[in-house]
Design a binder for this molecule. Structure first.
Ligand SMILES: Nc1nc2c(c(=O)[nH]1)N[C@H]1C(S)=C(S)[C@@H](COP(=O)(O)OP(=O)(O)OC[C@H]3O[C@@H](n4cnc5c(=O)[nH]c(N)nc54)[C@H](O)[C@@H]3O)O[C@H]1N2
Ligand SMILES: Nc1nc2c(c(=O)[nH]1)N[C@H]1C(S)=C(S)[C@@H](COP(=O)(O)OP(=O)(O)OC[C@H]3O[C@@H](n4cnc5c(=O)[nH]c(N)nc54)[C@H](O)[C@@H]3O)O[C@H]1N2
Ligand code: SF4
Ligand SMILES: [Mo]
Length: 727
């Protein structure tokens, strides 16, 4: 970055590209172009850390294929044209009500993709859109991701937003399963410079144990790496629970119920019984249990490799059971709950699962959503309530959902589809209208979602760095969309936004008994006033005995350190018993499924996923500085399997759902009998020129939407049985 350049301003903003929430210093020239990016060394949380994706933000911003105007597709063709915002919203206001008229409210569906967890729009303006649609057909990337963790937390703690994170900076022992933060930079564990934090853990004498079917970059910096057979983490964890009871090692320090039931459930899983299924010797399992107890403090942390698996929810449940049984839940150095500065939804009643079920497969809702694994069923199965119109916001389910090819065919059958997205891609090309959000540098940023899962309490707000001009903010797009789906074309986006915000501000103040304080809220628009309100009413807030408000964040643009994690039990519990419930009925009920499969015949080869440092799910493959090299869509396979199956450079991989021809990348770092393909690729027909040149294949052609983790409905991406033949 050249600081001598005339007219170059160095501006501060949080990186929105992954969960690490790094502070960035972005150099913007007099033409508002991004000319450099570096880590903000004065950010108290990220302290200057930056990864290759964050460093490429300028390239992403200048991508000529990124959409800058609304796009409308001529009916029944693949021909797109640009349109004015008024025309685009008018079309939505005309067509959506027609679909509702013909097919009822359930005939409309909404899919929310991953970036909604990173935007102010996704956090604050989705509820009005959901209310306006009033359909039960809500879907999101959650059921391809972290839902098992939230369902387990909801049942154990009463609130699915109350999810423990390892106290990374203070723990003495970290058992990590199915996560590779050296490439992903962490998930449901917001920790900028995760690699540096792991290094620090070891430097202070702590121990890191990684459980993964691949010897990942994270495994290589660990004290110990254990290969595990995909999909078998629940067995490993049950055997640890079994050992803790059998050897009388439990030391519960928090109020719990269900201790006898969990002991009984674990009885069926002594270490010797699971050794073959997991591939981990019984003696090692016993040692892990003893080490977790012997360490001064310890935490178990499990992520995507164990969530998007057949027993995802049971696995996430057992992670917290072990944190409780070893005395590590809610204490420094153990597994703790963050204290987010902005007031979230305050639940009054305990979380419940399965309040209604889906039409076709009768799958339970979880957190108000149906599994993405059943969206294709709901679109293609005739009858009352068949989905005929879809809105996607920041998602690419053709590449991210199981049985992606089947879902793609289903999208082509819809009567009407709207996408809010930066790109014309594998999913949005089935839309009739695409509404593109503005540039990242034109967008305000506050991490409403991710700071609830941070390893250190912290807050940072960034105003837009560059003016919007005549484009609507994504917040406005969503507010206008909420009106349009009800047939009301809003004259102005800012009016729609202000109307939504005023309702919410009034209701929140009323509930807090502070209606008279409306005039005290600051902010240059109603969105900022909502943030100010949430900060003031939050746990560090000016109106609750602290001093935090919007002005404090504006005065501290590098972010504010709010201190290490602090114990939060029993205050955060929303369970009926006001204890940590170790044996919730829906989870106990699923143990039978786990037990039944313990001795099932193992498939010869199973498929798992992996993440790549310079990728971001499906949507950054059009940045030329990121693709190529190790960031290529290849199948990792053990050389012994290549030889045994007589494979060459390529293989045909077949599953119950589909088949792909893929290039092989033999490596000793994967278990024999396991192959790994990254997701988010498969851009063969993409209008994005760089992505098309590095197309790769869609891993989700192979994953099977008929297989789900039952309690949460989450897709199974890891442990998919496949066969390989020479290409
Ligand atoms: N660079 C980059 N960063 C990202 C993303 C990205 O695409 N690229 N995506 C972001 C998103 S959306 C998320 S959710 C997070 C996810 O963050 P992580 O959870 O860290 O995800 P991965 O890096 O895929 O690591 C998952 C690991 O699980 C292993 N695994 C597979 N199956 C099993 C199994 O059955 N048992 C066990 N124990 N391990 C298994 C895989 O080999 C892999 O190493 O990353 C985020 N960050
Ligand atoms: N086989 C397999 N499949 C997986 C996974 C796996 O490990 N293996 N991982 C799963 C996981 S963890 C996840 S989170 C999902 C992700 O699933 P999705 O969220 O469906 O997919 P993404 O590729 O993240 O797509 C994000 C979309 O948002 C757009 N976008 C980016 N920024 C913005 C913005 O600010 N506003 C708007 N409106 N749009 C924006 C991008 O252009 C892109 O189209 O994939 C899942 N699929
Ligand atoms: S680690 Fe994540 S938040 Fe940090 S710079 Fe990279 S993409 Fe951005
Ligand atoms: Mo994710």
């Amino acid at each position: 970055m050249d600081h001598g350049n005339d007219g170059v301003r160095n501006l501060l903003r949080t990186c929105p590209l992954c969960e690490a929430v790094c502070g960035l210093e972005i150099a913007v020239d007099s033409g508002d172009r991004v000319v450099g990016v570096r880590g903000d060394r004065e950010d108290p949380f990220s302290r200057g850390f930056l990864c290759p994706k964050g460093a490429s933000l300028g390239h992403l911003d200048q991508d000529p294929d990124r959409l800058t105007e609304p796009m409308i597709r001529d009916r029944g063709t693949d021909t797109w044209r640009t349109a004015s915002w008024a025309e685009a919203f008018d079309l939505v206001a005309e067509r959506m009500p027609e679909v509702v008229e013909r097919h009822g409210r359930q005939g409309t569906a909404l899919y929310l993709g991953n970036p909604n967890a990173h935007t102010v729009a996704g956090a604050l303006y989705m509820p009005p859109l959901i209310r306006a649609l009033s359909t039960r057909n809500l879907y999101s990337a959650s059921s391809a991701d972290q839902l098992p963790k939230q369902v387990a937390a909801g049942l154990m703690f009463g609130d699915p937003m109350v999810v423990p994170v390892p106290d990374l900076d203070r723990t003495d022992y970290l058992l990590m399963l199915g996560a590779n933060p050296l490439e992903s930079n962490g998930s449901l564990c917001t920790a900028p410079d995760y690699p540096g934090r792991l290094k620090a853990l070891r430097k202070r004498g702590g121990r890191l144990v990684v459980v993964d079917p691949r010897r990942t970059r994270t495994a290589k910096v660990a004290d110990e790496h254990l290969f595990i057979r995909p999909g078998s983490d629940a067995y490993l964890l049950f055997a640890i629970v079994h050992t803790l009871f059998a050897q009388e090692l439990t030391r519960v320090r928090v109020a719990v119920t269900g201790l006898d039931e969990i002991r009984a459930a674990a009885a069926a899983f002594p270490p010797a019984a699971v050794a073959e299924r997991t591939g981990i010797p019984a003696a090692t399992i016993v040692r892990l249990a003893r080490e977790l107890v012997a360490a001064p403090t310890a935490a178990v942390y499990a992520r995507i490799g164990t969530c998007t698996a057949e027993f995802g929810t049971v696995t996430q449940w057992l992670v917290e059971v072990i944190n409780v049984l070893t005395g590590n839940l809610d204490r420094p150095g153990g597994a703790m709950f963050a204290t987010a500065a902005a007031l979230g939804i305050v639940r009054s009643r305990p979380f419940r699962l399965g309040r209604w079920t889906s039409r076709v497969r009768e799958l339970s809702e979880a957190m108000g959503e149906f599994p993405i694994a059943t969206l294709a069923d709901e679109i293609t199965t005739p009858g009352e309530g068949q989905v005929r119109a879809l809105i996607t916001v920041a998602g690419n389910p053709v590449l991210s959902a199981p049985s992606g090819a089947r879902l793609e065919a289903a999208l082509a059958e819809l009567e009407f589809m709207v996408s809010v997205d930066r790109y014309l891609n594998e999913t949005t090309r089935h839309a009739d209208v695409i509404l593109p959000p503005p540039r990242i540098v034109q967008t305000p940023h506050y991490d409403f979602a991710l700071l609830q899962f941070a390893v250190h309490n912290y807050a940072r707000y960034s105003r837009p760095l560059v003016p919007l001009g005549d484009r609507p903010a994504e917040t406005e797009i969503l507010a206008r969309l909420a009106l349009a789906v009800s047939g009301q074309p809003a004259a102005s986006g800012t009016d729609a936004l202000a109307a939504v915000d005023e309702l919410i501000i009034t209701a929140t103040l009323h509930k807090a008994g502070m209606s008279e304080r409306r005039a005290e809220l600051r902010g240059e628009n109603s969105t900022e006033q909502r943030l100010d309100l949430m900060l003031r009413l939050g746990p560090f807030g000016e109106w609750t005995g602290g001093d935090l408000n919007l002005q404090a964040l504006l005065d501290n643009p590098h972010g504010i350190d709010l201190g290490p994690l602090r114990p939060r039990l029993p205050g955060v519990l929303r369970t009926a018993s006001r204890t940590v419930e170790l044996a919730p009925a829906p989870l106990l009920a699923d143990v039978e499924r786990v037990r039944a499969e313990l001795n099932a015949a193992a498939p010869e080869v199973v498929l798992i996923g992996r993440r790549q440092l310079r990728s971001n799910n499906s949507w950054m493959h059009n940045v030329s500085t990121l693709v190529g090299g190790s960031n290529t869509c290849t199948l990792h396979i053990h050389p012994d399997d290549v030889a045994r199956l007589g494979l060459g450079d390529h293989a045909v991989v077949k599953s119950a759902a589909g088949a792909l021809t893929v290039p092989l990348e033999p490596t000793e770092e994967i278990m024999p009998g396991v192959v790994s393909l990254p997701h988010g690729w498969g851009h063969t027909d993409s209008p994005q020129s760089v992505a098309r040149a590095h197309a790769g294949v869609n891993a989700n052609v192979l994953t099977d939407d008929s297989r789900i983790d039952v309690p949460s409905g989450t897709a199974v991406f890891n442990g998919v049985p496949v066969t390989l033949t020479p290409a």
